[in-house]
Design a protein around this ligand. Sequence first.
Ligand code: LLP
Length: 437
Amino acid sequence: MGQGVLTPPRAPDREALLADAGLERRGGTLLMAGVPLTEIADAVGTPAYVYNAEAVRARYAALDSALSGVPHRICYAVKANGNLAILRLLRDLGAGADIVSAGELARAEAAGFPPDRVVFSGVGKSAAELAAAIAARVGHINVESAEELDLLARLARNAAHPVSVGIRVNPDVTADTHPYISTGKSGIKFGVPTDHVAAAAAVIRDHPRLELTAIAMHLGSQLIDTAPFREGIGRLLAIVEQVRGVGAPALRALDVGGGLGIRYGSEPPMSPEAFAAAVVPLVAPTGLTLYVEPGRFLVGSAGVLLSSVLYRKHSGGKSFLIVDAGMNDLVRPSHYHAYHEIVELEAAGRGLATVDVVGPVCETGDFLALDRTLPMLQQGERVAVLGAGAYGFVMASSYNARPRPPEVLVDGGRFAVARPREDVSELFRGEDAAPLG
Ligand code: LLP
């Protein structure tokens, strides 16, 4: 299965995982882009997210150059990591933004993305969100149902300018990933079924303000095989012919979504070259601009979650390492049974032990790793959980009244707090006034 599982089928490729993150060991100490992670942990405490700016830039550059054979736009999926420091650095590289809510629109605006480089996706946009996107003049709004299109048509009737619309198609392609993040198959909630696209295109054609500018899909996340992209694009090309037949003079973009998979354990990640080799030859003859919406690919490997060992415990024949990061900080292991490599910040040369790495949250499902073979870490020692740059902080919650961790950016041999640790008082802001007097 493409999605990392708690116990990967082969030994994780530790060296490659460290390299993907821009991590190296010097004298036992783990450095990110030259900065010792222990220094950061000392300064901001744990748990803490740390992102390597240079690693993000390298990923963007690799994808951008692989796609150079076709006009393209890389719209970063803000949902993967919406910290403004990350958004600004991607904006500076020329990226657009793929957003799914008014909140993400506000983030993209705060980070200074030009609105015409913003794509608004999402299966359940509210009237207020659609109105905000119209007012902001985003690049295109991908509609996902006939009813959403009807609402957009009503809202756009009096718009002062043309409103660019994409139709997100459900191409009915099976992608080999965790079922929770497979999004291109018939029978799941996403996209307009292929046999309803022509009718949607006709609604847009007949509207005074709407313009059909994009045909879109998103197959799923953490895809490591290019075959679904080929299959999905094949279906989109037939749709392009169809909507051109209906009348779509403004059509200019083929949006193939995100989903490029990264290395979490032993799986071969999708290389930008392999992705481009699959996609570019299919898109180039259409004369359309290729849009891609990668999130994880750009930031996933570039982030780690730092955590400290609170206690060790043996119980019922099992060994536990109780650490200060829990499922509220990083939910992926609990929620998807995702594998995340865990490495020590200071290699102490100790023997190995097989442990469950668990958090402080009051749920048995609160774990970062199960049956993991790790050096015998002691109380107070610290670890980095790798592959935490995407769907890490953004999915964090304050469950158990645990303030969300800080986010730190490493760049140019230095580090800076990109978002401070949440203060406990922020967790009950607005609750102190007695609601009924
Ligand atoms: N475009 C659309 C319309 C999407 O729904 C998504 C992700 C992306 C782009 C970016 O996908 P990426 O390139 O990052 O794979 N929380 C899950 C992943 C959920 C992905 C949802 N949609 C996880 O932790 O694995």
